[in-house]
Design a protein around this ligand. Sequence first.
Ligand code: SAM
Length: 218
Amino acid sequence: MVAGGVGDGYGGYRAQLVETLQRKGVRDLAVLRAVGTVPRHLFVPESVRHRAYDDAALPIGSGQTISQPWVQARYLEAVGLTGRERVLEVGTGSGYQTALLALLVDSVFSVERIAGLAQAAKRALDAAGARNVTVLVGDGTLGWRPFAPYDAIFVAAASPHVPAPLVEQLAEGGRMVIPIGDRAAQTLMLVVRRGSDVHTTTIGDVRFVPLLGEFGFR
Ligand code: SAM
């Protein structure tokens, strides 16, 4: 669970961000409550802290970004979480979306390929009080077999196709959201596994940094 930022002086900014997301069409109350709870300012560098509650992507170092909250809310809404899921997240980045997930599911396993970002994310997640989260360093296109199968997989970087190991590690009926396309532009896809079949639906257009790895961009 995430302790939340009650009384940290940022509550008004979080409430404004929640209103912005509602205005843009986010309806899932659990997702909105999570955005209203997680102290996003702990997940961004000091240099951009004054913009922590803008509905904007921000730089987090190593050429990477914390995604726009509206995009993250769409991700979370798309999967329709019940609170009981074991989740794999590919691309921890700042750890902010990991913290949102920590409030919305049973357990989160989050893989980041850049060790420095993974360490900073762990520190921020600890400071935010997230306890049901494990951050791992590695190539997330391979998934993380020791903890599979996963009820949901969130891929936070753009891939040319759905990595086969991630489909294999989805539980029966499991859902995955992943941006598919080239390096310039992608479509956010919802992938559902039913037996040996995979059903794919389109959510909308997005723009993400590339998923670099054995089953992503080389
Ligand atoms: N959701 C994150 C947040 O809240 O800060 C932002 C994720 S950022 C858009 C994408 C992340 O995916 C980057 O940190 C990048 O290093 C990571 N990434 C790219 N390829 C990866 C791979 N094969 N395995 C794990 N992480 C990867």
